[in-house]
Write a protein that binds this ligand. Structure first.
Ligand SMILES: C[S@@+](CC[C@H](N)C(=O)[O-])C[C@H]1O[C@@H](n2cnc3c(N)ncnc32)[C@H](O)[C@@H]1O
Length: 246
């Protein structure tokens, strides 16, 4: 698997959605997304948690059609788009809170890509215990996230979220004002989803914190890849379930 596979998939996937293409190009192009795919098994049942619009789910199947993929996200709107993009033919979607996942011994692998920063640390821990329960013994957990321990990454993130808080606040107020005149109601609803539900507060942790926590609940780190200076630092970890979490 190489970057060129990803580029090929990408050009095809977004051939008619120019703006989205640039957004995803930045989001995925700065992260080691191709390693995340490689760290997942080529067959079996894979749960992609916080799947958004299902781009990664579709990519997983495109790379290996014998994978059965289940994408789960809290946002009805995104799941609806994901269904339009790729439901059927080995991919299923569901709307649900991933921290409340309550499956036992059914997944060969679980992926969590660009999601952890949205969940308060205690909720991340609940999620990992739920992943442990859902995985079969020796199943794989793959997480991709920013490393908040990197000095450059940390200051860029702080600046970014400061801008988001100020800009988002102004944008939400303007949208609320518009909603008084009805025409702005859908805009206000959408901006509330984007800027409102997480108080613009990210919950990034150091890479080390994940290794420590996951090894304490029955996972062993097997593979790891870093991508530095894009301008952030991202890591991908592959863990093997070797025991039952508590
Ligand atoms: C930045 S997007 C990443 C989407 C996708 N994994 C990707 O890489 O394109 C984060 C996603 O996590 C979802 N999310 C956040 N908290 C969640 C929760 N508690 N349960 C389910 N989904 C959640 C959001 O709705 C959003 O679609």
């Amino acid at each position: 698997m190489s970057r060129s596979d990803w580029d090929q998939f990408f050009s095809r996937e977004f051939s008619e959605e120019r703006i989205k293409k640039y957004f995803y190009k930045f989001k995925y192009g700065t992260a080691p997304i191709y390693a995340a795919e490689e760290f997942l098994p080529p067959t079996g049942v894979i749960y992609d948690l916080g799947c958004g619009e299902g781009v990664f789910c579709k990519f997983l199947r495109w790379k290996s059609p014998s994978r059965q993929v289940v994408g789960i996200d809290l946002s009805e709107n995104r799941i609806e788009k994901a269904r339009r993009r790729s439901e059927g033919g080995g991919i299923k979607y569901a709307v649900s809170d991933i921290a409340e996942l309550n499956e036992e011994n059914i997944a060969d692998a679980v992926s969590i890509v660009h999601v952890l920063y949205l969940l308060p640390v205690e909720k991340q821990k609940r999620l990992f215990i739920a992943c442990n329960k859902a995985l079969k013994m020796n199943g794989r957990l793959v997480i991709l996230s920013l490393d908040a321990g990197e000095a450059g990454t940390k200051s860029i993130l702080e600046a970014f979220f400061f801008a988001l808080r100020v800009g988002g606040g102004l944008f939400r107020s303007a949208a609320k004002l518009l909603s008084l005149f009805h025409i702005g109601k859908p805009i206000a609803e959408e901006t509330d989803v984007i800027f409102g539900h997480r108080e613009n507060k990210p919950y990034y942790q150091r890479e080390r914190a994940y290794i420590d926590y996951l090894s304490a609940i029955g996972f062993r780190l097997e593979k790891r890849e870093l991508l530095r200076g894009t301008p952030f630092t991202y890591f991908v970890h592959q863990y093997v379930k070797e025991g039952n979490g508590r």
